[in-house]
Design a binder for this molecule. Structure first.
Ligand SMILES: Cc1ncc(COP(=O)(O)O)c(CN[C@@H](CS)C(=O)O)c1O
Length: 407
């Protein structure tokens, strides 16, 4: 193991529970990860010792709360290697972040301009672009798949000088495939387009360097990276953020307010109207500290170790189909699968009876599931606290499910 798994598991008390008379095996981290006590302690400490509103008070608690909040921004900046803290905007999560970028697109798109996304996108990286296209007369184009991965020849054919935005997921929450977003950003920039990366499923699992990727926008969610729900980040290049109109208006984001007009604060606060999710940002900062201490390259390798251990066992199970790339190195710790003769919901329910928590459904990626010609899939997803024993239990539970249903 590349990480101290026993030490890590001791930080996640939630994992030590019995579900349906079986030890819990949590394999749904792509939906949301569990939170270590270090994150929970940081949130509790804020509420018990530093709680106050930020950027508004001159009293000691307000200064401490503001310092805590802005310190988390600095931690995220370093974590994704943004060049400036001005480029790190706190949002509710990836969905909000991508909606903000699509709102910016509405500012600049003209009829017949083109937006390019892929068929493997999450709904939060599809519907905002549908809305932007509908409101501006722009054309939304999809890049399709080849051998369970993005068809790069199709992408190169579809990104043209008419393309103004390219928005692609870094890692698919269904196929698990890791997309070459650095290469795609170069293709987008060669055609004068803005590159947007959905980083929900990559940020928790591997080193992200937004300057190396040279993406123009990058979205992430705290709850997918051992942090609390309700907090995420939109990274944007400063020059573009300065062109973006604020999305929400009110306190905090203003310099001066007159009866009929107002002026905006500088970045990043221009985009942070109202009282922010202070505790959530502090929890996100603690999650960044926790993951940084383990090491993102170590986390990625741990998930590769789990994939290399479990995939051969899964592929030996008759009637089990796995979606996504054959090569484990082309995927993160996400395995979508189906069992012949069973609906994925029945599979997930049966696995839950064995204490194994997986997701079933369309995973907020209905166009992909439809494109694959499927009603739905089951999905197992791994994180830092999963072990080879968890993998063994998944394999055993699938075999028991097959036997129980006689398939
Ligand atoms: C690639 C990708 N992009 C965006 C999102 C949205 O993240 P939010 O924190 O909900 O805003 C998700 C969240 N996918 C969860 C919930 S549907 C899953 O079970 O796969 C995602 O995986």
């Amino acid at each position: 193991m590349t990480i101290e798994i026993a030490k890590i598991r001791s930080d996640f008390q939630i994992l030590d529970q019995i579900v349906n008379d079986e030890p819990l095996v949590y394999l749904d981290s792509a939906a949301t990860t569990q939170k270590p006590r270090q994150v929970l302690d940081a949130i509790r400490a804020y509420y018990e010792h530093d709680n106050a509103n930020v950027h508004r008070g001159v009293h000691t608690l307000a200064e401490r709360a503001t310092a805590d909040y802005e310190s988390s921004r600095d931690k995220v900046r370093a974590f994704i290697n943004a060049s400036s803290r001005k480029e790190v905007l706190f949002t509710r999560g990836t969905t909000t972040a991508l909606n903000w970028v699509a709102k910016f697109a509405e500012q600049i798109l003209q009829p017949e301009d083109e937006i390019v996304i892929s068929i493997m996108e999450h709904h939060s990286n599809i519907i905002p672009w549908q809305q932007a296209a509908a409101k501006t007369g722009a054309v939304l184009k999809f890049v399709y798949l080849k051998d369970g991965e993005l068809d790069m020849a199709d992408l190169r054919a579809k990104v043209t000088n008419q393309t103004k935005f390219v928005s692609i997921t870094h890692v698919s929450n269904v196929l698990g495939v890791i997309n070459p977003v650095k290469e795609i950003a170069q293709i987008a920039h060669d055609h004068g387009a803005i590159m947007v990366v959905d980083g929900a499923q990559s940020t928790p699992h591997m080193t992200v360097d937004v300057q190396d990727l040279d993406c123009d926008f990058f979205a992430l969610s705290g709850h997918k990276m051992a942090g609390p729900t309700g907090i995420g980040v939109l990274y944007g290049k400063e020059a573009l953020l300065n062109q973006m109109n604020p999305i929400e208006f009110g306190g905090e984001m203003i310099d001066f307010v007159y009866e009929q007009s107002a002026t905006w604060k500088e970045l990043p606060w221009k985009f942070e109207a109202g009282t922010p999710n202070i505790a959530g940002s502090i929890g996100l900062g603690a999650a960044v500290d926790y993951l940084t201490e383990i090491g993102l390259d170590n986390i990625h390798q741990h998930e590769q170790d789990l994939l290399n251990y479990v995939m051969p066992q899964l592929r030996e199970i008759e009637g089990l189909t796995i979606y996504g790339p054959e090569d484990n190195q082309r995927r993160g710790g996400v395995i979508a699968f189906n069992l012949d003769g069973l609906h994925p919901h029945d599979v997930a329910t049966a696995l839950d009876m064995e204490g194994v928590a997986v997701r079933a459904g369309h995973h907020c990626a209905q166009p992909l599931i439809d494109h694959l010609g499927l009603p739905a899939t089951a999905r197992a997803s791994f994180y830092i606290y999963n072990t080879f024993a968890d993998c063994d239990k998944l394999v055993e539970a699938i075999k028991l499910t097959k036997a129980f249903f006689g398939v």
